[in-house]
Ligand binder design. Sequence first.
Ligand SMILES: *Cc1c(COP(=O)(O)O)cnc(C)c1O
Length: 483
Amino acid sequence: MRVVNVRLGGAYRELTLPSICGGLKKVNESRKSLQIQKTFEALFALEDIREIFRQSLPAGFDELQQEEFSNAITKIKSIISDLENGEGKPACNRVGKLEPRTREEEFINIHPIQAAGRLTPEARKAIISYGDGYSTCDYCRKPFRLDKIARPPIEEFHQDLAKFLNMDQARVVPGARRGFQAVTQSIVEKGDSVIVSSLAHYTEFLAVEGAGGIVKEVPQDENHIVTADSTALKIEDVKRETGKLPALIMIDHFDYQFANEHDVYGIAKVAKEYGIPFLYNGAYTVGVMPVDGKKIGADFIIGSGHKSMASVAPSGVLATTDEWAPKVFRTTQMIGDLTGRKFGIKEVENMGCTLMGATLLSMIASFPRVKERTANWEDEVRKSSYFLEQFLRIQGSKVLSEWPRKHTLTKVDTTGSFDVIAKTHKRRGFFFSDELKDRGVIGEFAGATRTWKLNTYGLTWDQTRYTADVFLNIASKYGLNIS
Ligand SMILES: *Cc1c(COP(=O)(O)O)cnc(C)c1O
C-alpha cells in the first residue's frame, strides 16, 4: 500500500492508493467505493432536507414535515456513521435514470479534455447553492444586464477576467465556441475569408461557416507547428486568389490534436502588419497557464470554462480591446414596429445575457484558485514530462507531440507497444483499458491502443508517479521490454 498526498480543498490529505506491486487491494478498493457512495447518499439526503425547508414555507414545518425532517436526520446520521466506518450497504443513489458520477472520486482521470475542467470544491459548493434556474438574477437592477450585476459580484468578476487576461473588456460566454461565434458574426461578412490553423478545432470551422465566411487553413510544418511565416504566405495566397484580405485570423495557442505550441506572438505581429484582427484561441491555455493579451497582441482572447477553468459546462470567456468592444459587444438598436419597444444596452451577440445560473457561479467560485494555479504551469508540464519519460521506457512507445513538451496534453503512439498485445488479446484494444481501470486509472480512449491522447493536468506528483508505474506495470505484465 502506498500513501500519497492528495490535494483536496487546498489542504493535503492522505489517500491510500493500491500498491502496484501487489496488484489491487480489492478489499480496500471496495471500501473506498462504498464510502464514496455513502458520501453521495449523505449529500442527497441533505438535499432532501433542503426540499423540506422549501415546501414548508411560510409557516415552517407541519407535523408531517417535522416527521420527514426527523427521518431524514436519522438517515443522515446512519449514513455518516457508515461513511466513517466504511460499512453498510451501498444505496442505489440513482436520480431517475442518472447514476451518480464518481469517476473523479474513484479514479485517476487522464482524459484529454476533462483534466482542467474538473471542478474545484468551491465550484461544487457554488453549484449546489446556485443551481436554481435564473439564480444570478436576484439583485439584477437597471440596466438589466448580466455583466452589470453587483450581487453576487458578477460585474467585479468581469473586470477581474479582463485584468487576468490583460485585456480591456471581457464577457462570459457559453463555451469558447460561442465566443468564436460572437466574433465571426460581428466581423465576418458573407464570402469573407478567415485564416485558421490546419490544426483548428471544428468549432472554429462552424463559427466561420455560420457567419457565411470561408476558412483558409495555414499549413503546419513537418513538426506540426503553425508559424508566422506560413501565416503570412497564406494571407498572400488569399489576397491573390480573392483580391481581398482575410477578415479575421484565428489561431490556437496550443492545438487540440498535439497540444503543440504555435507562434501566436509572431502571428499576431503579422496580423497587425496586414491590419487583420487576430483572435487568440486559448481553449487549452486560459485558466491553466498565464495568458497576457497585450503581450501577445491579440484583439480577441477566448477561453473555455469547462475545458481549462474548472467550471461547469457550457462556459467560457471572450475578452477584447476597447477598440473592438463596440463592434463585438454592440448593443441592440432594434425598435418594435408596433410597440416601439427598445431593449437598451442588451448586447446582440450575447443575446443580452449569457450564463445565468450555476454555470457562471462555478466560474466565479473557481476563479481565485484558477488564477493561482496558472503560476504552477511549469510544474504541471514537468509532471507531464516525467510521466512521458517513464512511458517512453516502454519499448515501441512514442510521443507524437512536440518534444520537449510545453503542455500537459499529449498525443502518444502505442502501435509498437500496447497495440502489439491487443492484436492477440481476446479483449483486443480493451485489454489496455481493463488493465488501467483495474489499477485505478481511466480516461484513455477505451479500446484505442494505437494513437491516442492523455492529459496529466492536475495530478499531484505522487499520482503522476503512480500513473507512470501503472503503465510500466502493465507493460511488464505483458512482457514488453522496458529500458
Ligand atoms: C475544446 C476546444 C474548443 C471548444 O471549446 P468549448 O468551450 O467546448 O466551446 C475550441 N478550440 C479548441 C482548440 C479546443 O481544444
